[in-house]
Each structure stands twice: as structure tokens, then as C-alpha cells.
Design a protein around this ligand. Sequence first.
Ligand code: NDP
Length: 685
Amino acid sequence: MTVAPRRLESYVCGSWTPGTGEGQLLRDAATGDPVARIDSSGIDFAAVLEHGRRVAGPRLRAMSFHDRAGMLKALGLALMERKEEFYAESLHTGATRPDGWIDIEGGIGTMLTFASKGRRELPNTRVLTDGAVEGLSKDGSFVAQHILSPLQGVAVHINAFNFPIWGMLEKIAPTLLAGMPCVVKPASQTAYLTELCVRRIIDTGLLPEGALQLISGSVGDLLDHVTGQDAVTFTGSASTGRRLKAHPAVIANSVRFTMEADSLNASILGPDAGPGTPEFDLFVKEVTREMTAKAGQKCTAIRRVIAPRAHVQALVEALGERLGKTALGLPGDATTRMGALASLEQRAEVRARIRELQADAEIVAGSPDEVRVSSGDAERGAFLNPVLMYCDRPFAATAVHDIEAFGPVSTVMPYDTPEEAVELSRMGKGSLVTSVFTDDPAVAEEIVLGAAPFHGRVLIGNRASAKTSTGHGSPLAPLVHGGPGRAGGGEEMGGIRGVKHYMQRTAVQGCPRLLSAVTGRWIEGAPALHDVHPFRKSLAELRIGDQLVTASRTVTLEDVEHFARFTGDTFYAHMDAAAAKANPFFEDRVAHGYLIASFAAGLFVEPNPGPVLANYGVDNLRFLTPVYFGDTLQVRLTCKEINPRANAEHGEVRWDCQVSNQDGAVVAQYDVLTMVAKHWPPEAM
Ligand code: NDP
């Protein structure tokens, strides 16, 4: 039975909208059967951007970081429940189940990681502070603080065909967490999977209307309408990327443009990692995996294999043998190890690139023209066996460092010294990732430091991390994904760094009282409030600036000796006057820093059961002035930041803690971190 191809729709301005034209037919990568039609004609793209800005922007910005993190978590969990539907659709793209895992569960996992980071690493506010308060006047009456606030436009994400779900989720997660709406434009070839995923996202009702719009098909004149408050990200070919980056509206409005394009990633076999070592075996496994996963259609795949000249022959033999065993076939077939390329056009592209690479390199394993499949039709499906090439004189070559065959193709090249290995990795002119397989610390240092300025990520592979390593080709949500030069010059993900990309950094200058009002954080010099002990206040009662100035306590010789004996910390500066005096920092024996912090707690706590539930640490602890016997300490504790936790009966409170001596000199400064109940006594359940 022939099933009519699904007609993809765009989700714009609050409704699913079909194109008005005939559209482009999209075929199953492995069978050639029609899957879908895609068309976006008739869409008013200026209205799409305006819908995001006017309808979703204000609603997203009204939410706190924790609200938005909670929304992403709920969304990620809802998508995970529907993953089998995505796996089924993913087969049309030529992806096997392990390939689909990278895209589907990798994408959802990335969204969940951002949700968790947003909850743990960001305050429950709508504005972020960035860095410390900068003093700009001697008397402290004029200070500055950098803040980050969400851009008020729309982020337009133009994605590549190879990861229809991950490519979308890894970008929308940090964008939505920042508080900015998104317009996603997937590559046409595999847009049916993105469209299905967006349908399921919209069905959940978890996102404010307009926070996510989808364009199935061309973006038409959309870029003509971008403003300085919008952002554009692009993943795909360098030529398209350059064209879009030079779009007149992008240039005229200084639109943030992030590009991730072609990348000639390398992997280096260390000089110590010859045949017989665990690193050699790991290297062979990794190169094979990178060439065959997703049929080599990964932006991070290893394109250049850099190996000591002495080991090249053994390496080529080992790789050839392993690659030769790769069962090529229908992605849903249990025996298949490698599926199809995304389309017949893509296979023709890869074959053309292999011919160009032959100017510098010879084929040493596999054939680009004779396709051997264990299932499926070798001609109707976009199948291509892995092709290993060898370039004997890589310093005299250009094609192998410039041409990205976006398929199961890699070139082995020899080096004679580690400097040469580094130089070869740099000849890619900037890549997303390089890896080095070595067990030698000196080799690791030389190669990583030499390659780092030309790469966004460097992985060291060896026996110690063999079982736990996430591998050369896996971009991870907490780590930066992007690379300089040819790789596009962009940075994505990288944990909270990726969120800040969608926010504007602003230096705000003023007096402490007004700056504190802007940031919602108490800063030195802002007014302080004194009434009941702040540890008696629940979150419902506590205010930023609530302050306690304690009684004082004199530190004695007996205190220090008791503390030293009790804890075992008999460091000479506390115990031996002559040795302490010989130390350039001290005039005599000094009190332990931790004794000062302990006395401080003794001075500021309110001992009775109350709303303060736990102390979970301190931040930025510094001992600033030595404390000698007879010095008198006093503590000033000020409520600095309050973060009520969503879906919990408590929240976090950060206290500014300053310990001073009898002369007013600050001897210790730190933030005390506590959990505080929202209500006290707790409300009846
Ligand atoms: P393209 O650059 O053609 O397309 C990338 C994205 O840009 C697609 O969504 C595409 O949409 C869109 N696009 C194309 N033209 C325009 C335009 N004028 N205005 C707005 N959007 C546009 O790359 P492909 O996806 O076809 O991949 C081609 C090559 O790119 C690969 O062979 C590979 O070499 C490289 N690539 C690199 C990746 C990396 O991360 N390093 C990832 C993927 C690919 P549409 O599909 O509708 O044309």
C-alpha cells in the first residue's frame, strides 16, 4: 500500500500553517520512498518575528530562571515519554537506533541538563549579576555592577540536517532559559522529525504561546526583519553561513550571529601509543566509531587521523580490518551497524568530495563507488561504505585540510615529531574538536596546549578513562561546543555560558542603595535593617538588607591552644612564636582562620529551633588580617540574596558575613549559605 507523503506544516503565530505551494518532496534516506512534503510559502515572516517578540517575550521575561528551568524540565520529561515515536520517525533519516539515541535522547538529555543547571547555578531572579561589585569612589558612594538581562527579540535557529532533534533542543534550551522566544528552521531534508517533535512540544502546553515557532521550509525574507534585539544561530555549510552572516540586516543591526560550520576535526595517536598499547586499540576503536556513527555525518567526526609515521602501516591495517566489518543496511535492521546518508544528493556530494581529496590522498580501504549492503537497495538508499584514505605528505597537501567529506570518510596522515602533530591539527584552520590518545603526560601537555587555541574542545583518551570517556565526537551540554576559524567562530552550550549568549551585559553605575534595588542583591553601602534576629525570620518575613551586628569576643592564647589540640591543627604559625615571627606575613603567633570562622558562627547564630534549617557551606572565604591573642572580634551578618525554591517549603539565603577586629579592620569576609523555611512555624499540611 502506498501512503501519501505527510504534508509538513509550520507552527507560526499560534497555529499550524501549511505552505500554499506544492513544496519539495522528501524521501526516506534508506529506501527512497516518499516521506513528506515541505513548503513554507505564504508565511508572513515579519509577523512571525513580531509574534515571538510581542506575545511570548513578555511572558517568558515575567518568569524567573527557576520558573523557566522548571518548564524545561517538565518539557524534557514529557518528550522522553514520547521518545519511541521519534525513534520510529528517525529511521527515515537513515539513522540506526544508536544514531537516533544521540539525536533523540542526547537532545532531550541536553534540555534536562540545562533545566538542572538553571535550577542549581542560577538565582531565582529575572536578572543576573555578572562579576563582583566594582568600587568607583573612595567613600563607596558610587559603585558599579554588571547585569545580564534577556534580549527582547527572538532567537532564530537555522539548523543542519544531521541532528533534527538534538540540533533544535541544544539551542532552544539555553535560549528559553535566558527568557527569549525561538524560531526554529530545521534543514528541509530531515525536517519531518523536527516537525513531529515540535508538535509534541506544543501539545504539552508547557510553553507560553509564541515561545517556540517552527518554519518547515525556506525562511523566505525573515532575515530582512531581524533587529538588534534578535539573535541568529546557524549550523550547516560554511558557504551558506557566510552568506547569512553577511546579510544586510544582520550587519546593519549588529545582530548576534553564531555560526557553526565545516570542521576538519583531527585525532592524534601519541608517539607512545604504538601497537600493543591500550591507547592504540582505543584509537582504532574511536576512529572507526567516529567514521561510522551517523554514517560520518557528525560535525565533530574525525576527518583527519594523525599518527606517528612508524605506526601508520599498523594503523591503516587495523582500521581497514575493522571498517571492513561494518554491516551497512536498513537502519531498522538489527544486524545493521551503519545506516544511510541523509539523501542520494548527500551521497553524490560525499563522492565528489572524495574525488577532490584524491588530489592529495589515496584510498586505502573501502570504495566510494561499489556499495555492499547487508539489507536494503544499494542504489535507492543513500548507502556508502566507509572510505579510508592516506596522505603521505600532509605538509605539502591542501585538500585534506580543507575539504570536508560529510560522510564515513577519514584521511590518515603521518607525523615525525609531536610538534608536527600539533602543526597538522592546526592546518584545519580552526575546528570543533581534536583528540589525542596518549598515556604520556608530556605528550598530553604539548599536544593539548599546542592545539587548544585552534579548537573549541580537546579530548585526551587513554586507558584510565577508557570505560568512562564520552568520546571524541560527543558535544556535552556543560561544555562549550563550537570552534574558531573555519568552524565558524561560535560557541554554543557550555552550560550557563550558553544562556548568557541570549542576554545583554550592561554595566550599571550608581549608589549602593539604588544598585541594590536594581539587582535584588544587598551590596556594601546599601541600607541595612535591624529588628529581630534575622535567623528568626522565615522567607516570608526576611528582607534583603536584614542585618545582625553581634556582640564581640576576645581571642585568647588558651582559645588557640585548645583549638590546636582539639582539631590537631598545630601549624607553626599558631603554636611557635619564633617561627611565626620569621614568617613574612605575621608579627607573632596568630589564631587559626577556621577558629575565626567558628567563633563568628558562635556569635551570629540564634540557637533555638527556627526557620533556618541548615548551613550548606560558605563561598569566597578570605582571611584578610591576622588575628593575634587579645584581639576582639565582631560579626556583621547581612541578608544578601533570597532564592525561594519552587515546589519546596524552603529556599536558599545567602548572607554577607564580615568579621572585624577592635580597630574596624576586616579579618574575614565570606558568604554564608543557608536553607530557610518559607514559613515558620511550618504551615499546617
Ligand atoms: P546548508 O548550509 O545548505 O544548510 C544549513 C541550513 O541552512 C539548513 O537549515 C538550510 O535550509 C538553511 N539554509 C540554506 N540556505 C539558506 C538561506 N539562503 N537562508 C536561510 N537558510 C538557509 O547545509 P546542509 O545542511 O545542506 O549541509 C551541507 C554541508 O554542511 C554538509 O555536507 C557539511 O559539509 C556541512 N555541515 C556542517 C555541519 C557542522 O556542524 N560542522 C553540520 C551539518 C552540515 P534548507 O535545508 O531548507 O536548505
